[in-house]
Write a protein that binds this ligand. Structure first.
Ligand code: F6R
Length: 241
């Protein structure tokens, strides 16, 4: 694994955007695995800048997001579909039909999950997977547990995740309790993985992922077995390494 430590979150975003842009330049119809949350926002802002400057062309790019909440409308202001449209897709020349987010309102979550994994496989697999990390070491919504779950699946969010995401909702009661998430196998199948972490509240999860046992209690620790994973950290997130 490679670990790069930067001065601040803006530099982490620039580094991530540069690596994503390089992928799109070398393969114009690249398949990007994308994450939501606060961490990738600087990277998405830099990608928007590079697209507007004519450096990167997203017209043939395909994207698959990591996860989506269950039981909130797709156009809810806190849905991950809305997040992606507002923070990236509406500002770049990607064809919105080529952007994919799991359907958190599917009547049959198991069938939706299987179809999502199959769609990624049919697209040729993910070239670059962008990840954030939860304070509890989750990636996607793969929460600490007794095992690594391979495929896309419906998850019940950990209480710590509900508390972390409470800031986006009016009250804790409004935070969805379930989501559909890519599984660990789906993430590990990506050809390249970029894990972004910024801020001191991620330092313990980063330390556990890099130096602890490979253990489903810290789901990100499995990334040490990936052949091409790059951790892009600011100084605060790297503070316990
Ligand atoms: C988002 C996702 C989550 C977040 C993680 C960190 O699609 O799957 O794993 O990456 O919860 O969130 P932030 O960046 O808001 O700290």
């Amino acid at each position: 694994m490679q670990i790069h430590v930067f001065e601040n979150a803006a530099q982490v975003g620039q580094a991530a955007a540069t690596l994503i842009a390089a992928q799109v330049l070398s393969k114009p119809n690249a398949v990007l695995g994308l994450a939501t949350g606060s961490t990738p926002i600087p990277a998405y802002q830099e990608l928007i800048r590079l697209c507007k400057a004519g450096v990167v062309d997203f017209s043939q790019v395909r994207s698959y997001n990591l996860d989506e909440y269950c039981n909130i409308p797709e156009d809810h202001e806190q849905s991950y579909r809305t997040f992606m449209n507002v923070n990236l897709f509406n500002h770049i020349n990607i064809d919105i039909a080529n952007t994919h987010v799991p359907n958190g309102n599917a009547a049959d979550a198991e069938a939706e999950s299987a179809a999502y994994d199959a769609a990624i496989a049919a697209a040729g697999g993910i070239d670059v997977q962008v990840l954030g990390i939860g304070r509890n070491g989750h990636i996607g919504f793969n929460e600490p547990g007794d095992s690594f779950i391979y495929g896309c699946h419906q998850v019940t969010l950990a209480q710590s995740t509900i508390e972390a995401n409470r800031r986006f909702f009016e009250s804790e009661a409004d935070v969805p309790r379930q989501a559909i998430s890519l599984g660990i196998g789906s993430i590990m199948n990506a050809r390249k993985v970029l894990l972004l972490a910024t801020g001191a509240d991620k330092a313990q999860a980063i330390r556990d992922s890099v130096h602890g046992d490979i253990n489903p209690q810290v789901q990100a620790s499995i990334l040490r077995n990936h052949p091409d994973v790059i951790f892009l950290l600011d100084k605060a997130a790297a503070g316990l390494l």
